[in-house]
Design a protein around this ligand. Structure first.
Ligand code: WQD
Length: 337
């Protein structure tokens, strides 16, 4: 059986991907430091799949802990999610972000190399495109980052491209996610942000369940359909399936490549809000505020390469995403406990 190490595997995207991997016939080993998640996620994965994944509570800054995992398990490939991911926070504590997301990742790549494991799927982000010159965004568009979080993603891409150039045995797929939202249809897995959510849909979910008063809409003077920001929202289960296709491809090929994981459709803030109102059956209050610094007007993916290379395309629409997000929110008022 092919064994995949999933770093950050008790997190939002990592847990959905771990469950999908098991259901696709892979053996999964999870590494997580539980900074932004908890061990109850493992039980949820077991309820969904019937399998309790092998788990190591380990930080990617812990070189001995990483070596132990590769010594004790025959790993065939790694999907690397572990990392800090809050844009605003990264501007406040950049050194913590560079230490964790760069030094920690290099520890992982060195542990892989020492163990002869040279197949990797990396969790990158559409944030590496910065403000695109046009949309839809193709993988060959220029990259430019505007915050330390985005820079750590771009630097990891550069490091891994250099590793592949130095050793033809390496196989790396760099997946550039657009805006992941939604939750597992069972309501057992979903997004549980620490504190007040920065991202749109987790914030709307808290307005819908009454724990936040209204949505602050960051600007309605953008050159878009209704003046509010447009993004390519992708269901987290579509994203998980994209990783299944990616790891299969990476195990059969060598070299580095970049792939967008998005739907190719853009939705405005107000369009998402109205979709969520349909999902939860109530009107959701909002107030138009000033633009949020660093935001761009419009961002959505060209999805051609993902389909050509991986045979993958997203299948869920914005109503599915809001329905599943609301279902998870109602079933887990206190998060995953
Ligand atoms: C989406 C839209 C906001 C919150 C970020 C990261 C990116 C990726 C996805 C990891 C924008 C508006 C939001 C709110 C609002 N993460 N908004 N009120 O900024 O596109 O991308 O998350 O890879 O790296 O940058 O996502 O959900 O924060 O914002 O009006 O309370 O919703 O202005 O137009 P973003 P977001």
């Amino acid at each position: 059986m092919t064994t995949i190490l999933v770093t950050g595997g008790t997190g939002y995207i990592g847990s959905h991907t771990a469950a999908a991997l098991i259901q696709s016939g892979y053996e999964v080993v999870i590494l997580d430091n539980l900074y932004n998640s908890n061990e109850h996620v493992l039980e949820r994965i077991q309820t969904i799949t019937g399998v309790l994944p092998k788990f190591y509570q380990c930080d990617i800054l812990d070189k001995a802990g990483l070596k132990k995992i590769f010594d004790e398990n025959k790993i065939d490939a790694v999907i690397h999610f572990a990392g800090y991911k809050a844009v605003g926070e990264s501007c406040e504590i950049p050194l913590t972000y560079y230490e964790n997301n760069i030094s920690g990742s290099i520890n992982l790549y060195e542990a892989m190399n020492d163990a002869g494991v040279k197949t990797l799927v990396f969790s990158s982000s559409a944030t590496v495109y910065g403000a695109p010159k046009s949309v839809p965004i193709r993988e060959d568009f220029p990259t430019h980052t505007t915050n330390p979080y985005g820079s750590t993603k771009l630097m990891n891409e550069m490091i891994l491209a250099d590793v592949c150039a130095s050793d033809p045995e390496w196989s790396v797929l760099l997946l550039r996610y657009f805006n992941p939202i939604g939750a597992h249809q069972s309501g057992l897995l979903g997004e549980v942000p620490n504190g007040i959510p920065n991202n749109l849909v987790p914030y709307i979910a808290r307005v819908a369940n009454g724990t936040l008063e209204f949505l602050r809409v960051w600007g309605n003077d953008y050159p878009t359909v209704d003046g509010t920001g447009v993004r390519d929202y992708i269901h987290v289960c579509d994203l998980a399936d994209g990783h299944i296709a990616a790891v299969k491809y990476a195990l059969e090929h060598k070299g580095a490549d970049y792939i967008n994981l998005g739907t190719g459709n853009g939705y405005s803030v107000l369009q998402v809000l109205h979709a969520y109102e349909k999902a939860c059956g109530k009107e959701l209050p909002y107030k138009i505020m000033e633009r949020r610094p660093g935001d761009i007007a419009t961002c959505y993916a060209d999805t051609e390469k993902a389909f050509k290379l991986l045979g993958w395309k997203a299948k869920y629409n914005i109503d599915d995403m809001c329905r599943d997000s609301w279902n998870f929110t109602v079933k887990n008022p206190d998060g995953i406990v």
